[in-house]
Design a protein around this ligand. Sequence first.
Ligand SMILES: C[S@@+](CC[C@H](N)C(=O)[O-])C[C@H]1O[C@@H](n2cnc3c(N)ncnc32)[C@H](O)[C@@H]1O
Length: 183
Amino acid sequence: MNWADSVVPEEEQWIPFYYEEDVTNISNEQNEKAPFVPITIQTLNQLIPFMKLKQSDVLLDLGCGDGRIIIESLLQTQCNEAYGIDIEPEAISQAKSHYKESKLNKPITFICDDFFKTNQIPWNKITVVVMYLLPSIMDKLYPLLKSKLSHCRIFCACFKMSSNIPQTIIRSSSFPDFIEIKL
Ligand SMILES: C[S@@+](CC[C@H](N)C(=O)[O-])C[C@H]1O[C@@H](n2cnc3c(N)ncnc32)[C@H](O)[C@@H]1O
């Protein structure tokens, strides 16, 4: 799969930081709605083996952007099914055309909706959640994830939830930073 914009200019990349206070250059307005900053292909290629996806897993990307995490995960692993949700119609339209281009023979459902409000996610099927979102947004997602998920592995790329949320970091790689958390 050739990602048209696989090279993200350095100034547009999110540098891996764990804590909200490190993201001081991102405005409050942007904090309310994570901008579309695609994960770099280099980072994605390290994230995928870190998630250790199995054939029986059903993957959900909260804020899937152009679909690269779920499409590449299904291309590169035995994982057979995925869901992606994004609030931006343009992102979902890109994700759908990338999925078509990929010629993947595995189902991905793309949902254009607000992950805080949607009732379109089949939470009981989801076994792995991946998020590349700012800590402030993950903090707000915490109660929803807590109420909807059980026995689910959750991966945060580059950021983690704030330290006063009762989460257990199960593993973290050195660089780039990925975290598997237990709620
Ligand atoms: C940093 S981008 C990550 C995109 C993709 N996961 C990747 O790694 O390339 C965050 C995405 O979250 C989406 N997003 C932000 N707030 C959202 C919300 N409330 N509901 C659904 N999607 C949202 C944005 O539109 C954006 O595409």
